[in-house]
Design a protein around this ligand. Structure first.
Ligand code: SF4
Ligand code: SF4
Length: 128
């Protein structure tokens, strides 16, 4: 499961992710993050079975957490199944089915935005 964690000015003053890992004993993968002195966010990957425990450990002042779902919006009408996004995405979000129609596995997305930038049909958008 992907978790989008956002930090306000209080949240960035403390190593909240590291502390939550220590408190919960749950290992997470930080897939993307952008944090400076004032605010920030991080996209975390955590096993579904451990998610509740980790969210509880991470819930602190200055930290907001939500489950990242449906990161990729795919407009089936505009898509021409050219496959360019399959080549571009490094997380294997896209594939073809047996009829050579695009299949999207949003759960793998790390919100880099490259597919939306390069899709020639503008058939993709990213929800952060
Ligand atoms: S790049 Fe765009 S048009 Fe091509 S398969 Fe992907 S979503 Fe469809
Ligand atoms: S935003 Fe990046 S990781 Fe997500 S589907 Fe597009 S290319 Fe793949």
């Amino acid at each position: 499961m992907k978790l989008m964690v956002e930090f306000d000015s209080d949240g960035v003053q403390y190593p909240n992710i590291a502390a939550a890992i220590l408190r919960s004993g749950v290992m997470v993968n930080v897939e993307r993050a952008l944090i400076d002195g004032d605010e920030g966010w991080a996209l975390l990957d955590v096993d579904d079975k451990d998610a509740d425990m980790f969210i509880t450990a991470l819930s602190r002042k200055g930290v907001s957490i939500r489950i990242q779902k449906d990161a990729v919006s795919h407009n089936r009408t505009d898509c021409v199944d050219c496959g360019l996004c399959i080549s571009i995405c490094q997380k294997q979000v896209f594939s073809f089915d047996e009829n050579w129609q695009l299949v999207v596995d949003s759960e793998r997305c790390v919100l880099c935005g490259r597919c939306a930038t390069y899709c020639p049909q503008r058939a993709l958008s990213i929800q952060k």
